[in-house]
Design a protein around this ligand. Structure first.
Ligand SMILES: NC(=O)c1ccc[n+]([C@@H]2O[C@H](COP(=O)([O-])OP(=O)(O)OC[C@H]3O[C@@H](n4cnc5c(N)ncnc54)[C@H](O)[C@@H]3O)[C@@H](O)[C@H]2O)c1
Length: 327
């Protein structure tokens, strides 16, 4: 990514799972990285995530809802990766006002900072496949209806629309991703309320029971984090991405039961058991999903490269080495 050398990049939520993996690659590409993160409890913020680059990035412990901080932080930036968010689906129903406040007001505060202080920065927003809700057609392309299930998905869809409105009205270039379930190193492992794939891996490493809800046949599209990061970096080199929405996934459906069995096989520990859905889970479960990635493939020439087996192996290896930082 030669184009990122010397560029000023702000990563909101950069101490979390995707943000830290992204920041590491941005640093390798020669970008000058600033991270803003408020270390929201029960989410993925973890200083260990950036251990390898801690001397090469600036970290600002602030909140994206803080207008004064954001006004200061956007100045002089070439790219903003907006990944700070309330990401817990279950918490979004228990505490919907917080979800609304972080995901919508936080995004608007960032956009207002840009409108006033830096209209030439380009924004890449990390939204979710959850914006589609229960699917009526598979694979899901970007024209599929959006019927969010759960407040987290509603606030992501709203934040996405805000980015597109600021692109349209103020010319602040914004590209929006609808990201599928992503797994890999540097994800929180403390609880099972988001990031089910990583939770299965924790259970396997602990030689414990992997609980698969229902009959385990629901289909998902699981993306390895390095592939997502590569896609995000490629976005910075393409002017055709702005004002648009893109699915990011593998396009390859896999069931929860297949995932759980593969993890046990590769880890060599753990066992799979079926269990009833909890009521909280059932309420926000949208059913089968896998992405049609034609648009992003045609626009960027991006393809996910990591096989499920390789992704699981790398993830298991990472957590076996650094378990104490995440358990
Ligand atoms: N992980 C996935 O599978 C996935 C899928 C689709 C979309 N996304 C989106 O990608 C983004 C990053 O997700 P992640 O999986 O890395 O989650 P994460 O919890 O690991 O990271 C989110 C980070 O944002 C920070 N944060 C939360 N509220 C903040 C605030 N008000 N101000 C500053 N920082 C704040 C947290 O402390 C955390 O470090 C989120 O917006 C999420 O909705 C993730």
């Amino acid at each position: 990514m030669g184009g990122l050398k010397g560029k000023e990049v702000l990563v909101t939520g950069g101490l979390g799972f995707i943000g830290s993996n992204l920041s590491i690659e941005l640093v390798k590409a020669g970008a000058k990285v600033t991270i803003v993160d408020n270390m929201l409890p029960r989410q993925g913020g973890n200083l260990f995530n950036i251990k390898d680059i801690e001397d090469q990035v600036k970290v600002n412990f602030s909140d994206v809802r803080n207008q004064l901080s954001m006004n200061h932080l956007v100045k002089g930036k070439d790219f903003i990766f907006h990944l700070a968010g309330q990401v817990n689906h279950v918490d979004s129903m228990r505490n919907p006002i917080q979800d609304l406040d972080i995901n919508c007001r936080g995004t608007l505060v960032l956009l207002e900072a840009l409108r006033q202080y830096n209209r030439s920065a380009k924004v890449i927003f990390a939204g979710t496949r959850g914006e589609y809700g229960a699917t009526v057609k598979l694979p899901v392309d970007e024209d599929h209806p959006t019927n969010p299930k759960g407040i987290y998905a509603v606030t992501n869809l709203t934040a996405e629309k805000m980015v597109l409105v600021y692109d349209d009205i103020y010319g602040i270039k914004g590209a929006c991703l609808r990201i599928t379930n992503t797994y890999g190193p540097r994800h929180q492992m403390a609880h099972d309320e988001y990031g089910v794939f990583n939770w299965f891996i924790r259970k396997a490493i602990d030689d414990d029971v992997i609980p698969v809800f229902g009959d385990g046949r629901i289909l998902r599209d699981f993306l390895y984090v390095d592939d997502l990061v590569e896609c995000m970096l490629m976005m910075t080199e393409n002017e055709d991405v702005y004002g648009k929405v893109f699915n990011v996934g593998t396009g390859r459906p896999v069931s929860f039961i297949e995932i759980a069995r593969k993890i046990v096989e590769i880890a060599g520990t753990g066992r799979v058991e079926f269990t009833e859905f909890t009521r909280e889970r059932k309420e926000v479960e949208p059913g089968d999903y896998y992405a049609d990635i034609t648009r992003i493939r045609n626009t960027l020439g991006w393809e996910p490269k990591t096989s499920l087996e390789e992704g699981i192996r790398k993830t298991v290896d990472y957590y076996r080495r650094y378990k104490k930082e995440y358990w």
